[in-house]
Design a protein around this ligand. Structure first.
Ligand code: GRF
Length: 208
C-alpha cells in the first residue's frame, strides 16, 4: 500500500477527483493526509467528508518562509509519502523541499505548458486569442512550471467564453488527467529520461 499526501490551498475539486478515483478504482494506495495553508479553504471539508485527516499550517503563524517550509517538510515526512500531490497549492515550495521529493512530487497547472506559466492562465488564454487551452500534470522541479510533463488535457477556447466558462472546461479535464497520472505513477508505469516522460506500456498522454 502506497502513501500519498495532497497539498491544497482552495476549492479542492482536484482533491475530490483524486479521492473519488482512489475509492472507485481501488488504488493500492491511501491518501494519508491533506495539508492546507489556508484555514478557510473549502477543500478541507472535502477531505473530511472522505475521512482523510487534514493538517492546516497557517502561513501567518510562521515568522518566515523558511520556518514554514521546514515545518511543512517535517510534518509531511511523518507520513512517509511515496507521492506528494500538489492540487491547487498556491505557495512556492523551497528548493530544499523540491529536491527532497524529486521524482515524487507532481503538480497540475491550468495551461498547456510551456505556454502560460504562472498565474492568471485563463485570462491570458482569453486575451491572447488562443484556440486551444488546457491543463498539464508535471513533475515539480526547482523552476516554476517547467518540470517534465506527464499528461496534458486540451480544451477548445470559444469566442463567447468568459473566465468562468473557460475555467470550468479546463477543470473538467483536470479531473480526468490528474487521477490518471497518479494511477500511472502508482503502477510504476512512468519513466523519465532526459526530461521526457513516457508511460509503459505506451498509451496516450494527451486527453481531449
Ligand atoms: C486548478 O485549476 C489547478 O490547475 C491549479 O489550481 C486549481 C486548483 O483547483 N493549480 P481546485 O482547488 O483543485 O479546485
Amino acid at each position: 500500500m502506497r502513501n500519498i499526501v495532497v497539498l491544497i490551498s482552495g476549492k479542492g475539486s482536484n482533491l475530490k477527483a483524486i479521492l473519488e478515483a482512489q475509492r472507485d478504482h481501488h488504488w493500492d494506495a491511501q491518501i494519508t493526509r491533506v495539508f492546507c495553508n489556508r484555514p478557510n479553504a473549502p477543500g478541507i471539508e472535502i477531505a473530511e467528508t472522505f475521512g482523510v485527516p487534514v493538517t492546516v499550517l497557517n502561513q501567518q503563524d510562521f515568522i518566515n518562509r523558511d520556518a514554514y517550509d521546514q515545518c511543512l517538510l517535517s510534518q509531511i515526512q511523518l507520513e512517509q509519502p511515496d507521492l506528494v500531490v500538489l492540487a491547487g497549492y498556491m505557495r512556492i515550495l523551497s528548493h530544499e523541499f523540491v529536491d527532497y521529493y524529486a521524482g515524487k512530487l507532481i503538480n497540475i497547472h491550468p495551461s498547456l505548458l510551456p505556454s502560460f506559466p504562472g498565474l492568471n492562465t485563463h485570462q491570458t488564454a482569453l486575451t491572447t486569442g488562443v484556440k486551444w487551452h488546457g491543463a498539464t500534470v508535471h513533475f515539480v522541479t526547482r523552476e516554476l512550471d517547467v518540470g517534465p510533463i506527464v499528461a496534458q488535457g486540451v480544451v477548445p477556447v470559444h469566442n463567447y467564453d468568459n473566465l468562468d466558462t473557460l475555467s470550468d472546461r479546463v477543470q473538467a479535464i483536470e479531473h480526468i488527467i490528474y487521477p490518471k497520472a497518479i494511477e500511472w505513477f502508482l503502477k510504476d508505469q512512468i519513466f523519465l529520461q532526459d526530461g521526457i516522460v513516457s508511460v509503459i506500456p505506451p498509451q496516450s498522454q494527451f486527453f481531449s
